[in-house]
Design a protein around this ligand. Sequence first.
Ligand code: URA
Ligand code: CA
Length: 431
Amino acid sequence: MRMVDIIENKRDGIELNKDEIEFFVTGYTDGSIPDYQASAFLMAIYFKGMTTEEQGYLTMAMVESGDQIDLSAIEGVKVDKHSTGGVGDTTTLILAPLVAACGVPIAKMSGRGLGHTGGTLDKLEAIDGFHVEISTEQFIQQVNDLKIAVIGQSGNLTPADKKLYALRDVTATVNSIPLIASSIMSKKLAAGADAIVLDVKTGAGAFMKTLEDSKQLADAMTAIGNEVGRNTSAVISDMSQPLGFAIGNALEVKEAIDTLQGKGPADLTELCFVLGSKMLLAANKAETEEDARKQLQNVIDNGEALRLFGELIKAQDGNEKVIENTNLLPQAPYQIEVPAIESGYVSMIDADEIGVAAMLLGAGRATKEDVIDLAVGIVLRKKIGDFVEKGEALAILHANTEQVDNSIKLLQSHMHIAKEKTAAPPLIHAK
Ligand code: URA
Ligand code: CA
């Protein structure tokens, strides 16, 4: 087999078979296929697309390029959730204990992530003592004992994806739905779950800015998962404004605890119910969505979900007292109001720019080496559709310095105010 023929076929729109796709992935990972051929091939995929079968082959070849986590020692249907990422998305911290409290084993591997705020691991590390590096054996033991563990990625998962993603980044081929879908799904499949619930975000603060693109990505990922035998479903949720009110690591942990106590923001709570219901259905713990929602409400009302979050924290050496006293989380020394420049209704919030403001405060990383300040961030006071008086706070900055003019200006210019009331965007666009 020659790589040049595979490139030529893809260029001419001829469907590739399993052997050809495996030849490419194996050869690129071991270095026998050079960057220039891989680049040409990726660009051909960018223009010609891939069938569902081709995407399945690509995904599985990337899964098989490295270690795969074997969760078979854990009893029950293991369900994972993946979000395509947004601003202030605290759902994993809530969903993991919420769904585990309903009896679904949660063996979660999370990331740190670049971007506006840290990933789930960074957020958990805002809890004093919490650690995320535990061995695979301990991980499995903990899920069997408690039904829940959240750890950092261990082992060498999907090296082919790492190498290809880096190449896509510099060859203008990131933005291809078959490539994005297979990249994300390869990581989920390698992490070992039996079923996967995807939260595909759409809007200004999302990777996919339009509903059309988000739907295509959701369909592609769902098709891949089901093609390779894992029950996969997707929700398309709104990211045209940040989710909940808090953006920042410790601030989001507090918001998660509030939500587990039943006093969280309405949008964040509802998204957790929608995703949580899908997870219970996938795990065969509920027959209908209505039944699933009842179970989720029940473990919030009886305190089980919050208690389990405490157990998770304790098992991973964190101070579980935070679930009763969120003042034990790191606190920023300054809390500074962002005043509205005029009176009116909030009509638009550019979530990406709000994320940038949080990053400027120190809540996120611009490069892998950056150190996050876990205490800092933003708490919104207003969301789309809310009325604000001139001078009233649009948001509160939690900062480690009084010099926050740049963040204030960013928020003032990206939380638009209009005379007419705008309806809040729907939270769930499709499910
Ligand atoms: N996230 C991923 O993991 N892969 C992509 O290709 C794009 C976003
Ligand atoms: Ca939030």
